[in-house]
Structure formats: structure tokens, C-alpha cells
Design a protein around this ligand. Sequence first.
Ligand code: DX5
Ligand code: ZN
Length: 227
Amino acid sequence: NPNPKIAPSMLSSDFANLAAEADRMLRYGADWLHMDIMMIRHELSGCRTGSHFVPNLTIGAPVIESLRKHTDAYLHCHLMVTYPIDYVEPLGKAGASGFTFHVETAKENWQELIHRIKSKGMRPGVALKPETPIEELEAKDPVEMVLVMTVQPGFGGQKFMPDMMDKVRDLRKKYPSLDIEVDGGLGPSTVDLASSAGANCIVAGSSVFGASYPAQVISQLRKNVQD
Ligand code: DX5
Ligand code: ZN
């Protein structure tokens, strides 16, 4: 697969030692640091879509800004929030490198969102929840990067959904040079399915941070994507 990237999900790191955890992952061979930005669902607020938010609250731009002071790493932000557009400016300022939002949250303002992300110097990407088909991406601006969720977004440590590989395969067939990222339940035992379907960017949280030798897991993941 083109351009392999291994991205440990910092959601599984020790947030109280984030700079050291980031450092350690880079030393172990990580290409990108995957930063999960989640906003808890709030059913009572009369929000427009209601279907997207996750039942969790993690980090925001202030944490990205702090981390940026400690590292030059590619900070790949995965936005699991209702209104991603509100985060473009603050994350751009904070020093985020990539800004991946969920297609479910950006039905009307897609073009504007991509334009604004680029104008803030970040690389745009689009994420799909498990129940969202790749057809949602059609008739939209060409995107460089698609993230296929392989668990329901919200938490680390869930079980990989092999059914999602059809989406990866279809995307790879249509777009030979697209960056296709998989996120959720990836590790040495599942990466094979993802890479043979055509994924080239592997996000892995618990399988990396939970390993006795994370460097070994990272190099195993890379080897698998390259082969
Ligand atoms: C889940 C997040 C993932 C998560 C992956 O909503 O998007 O990035 O941290 O964790 P693992 O690899 O443990 O499934
Ligand atoms: Zn993620």
C-alpha cells in the first residue's frame, strides 16, 4: 500500500505525562500521533443532528497547544464533535497538523470546512462511522484522506469490525493513491485484514500502549502495511 503511516492513538496514553508519552512513541517509530478530540453528546441541547457525538469527553485545542511546545511531530486530530467547524481556528492556532472530521457532522458546509482547514495550514481528512457508507463521500470535493472507523467511535479498546473492510476495498479500488486510514481495534492480529483490503494508515491505541514492547508492535504494523 502507498505511503504507510503508523499512528499510535494517544487516547490510550497517560494524559498526565503526554509529552513524555509522545516522545516515547516517536522513538518507537511512530509516524503520526493520533489525537482523539471528543465532545460528549448532549441530547438536551437541541442540537441539529443528534447522531454523531460520542459518549466521551477527551481533549481540546489547549492540550494540542501544550503538546506542540514539546514536539515537532505530525499531530493528526480526529474530531468527534458535533460542529467541527468551530474547532478549525483554535486547532490551527494550536499547531495541529491534520484535521479529520466526520462526514456525518458536515452535510451542508463540507466545502467551506475543507477550505478553512487548508487555509489554517492543516491537512483535511474525512471520517466515516461504521454505519455510514462510502457513497456519502461522493459529489463532494475530492479529499486526500479518508478514515474508516472500525469500531463505534467513543472509546479505545473495542473489538475490530471486519465488515468494514468492504468499504476499505471499495475506496482503494476507486482511489489508488488515497490515504485510507483505519481506526479501532487494530493490532498485530487484525492489521492483516486492514492492509490487504488497502488501508495504508493504521491507528492503534490499546494494542500499542498495552504491549510490553510497543516498539515491536509498531514495527510489526509497519511491516504488515508495507508487504
Ligand atoms: C475511538 C478512537 C480511536 C481509539 C482507538 O473512538 O477514534 O482512535 O483511540 O483505540 P484502539 O486502538 O484501542 O481501538
Ligand atoms: Zn480516532
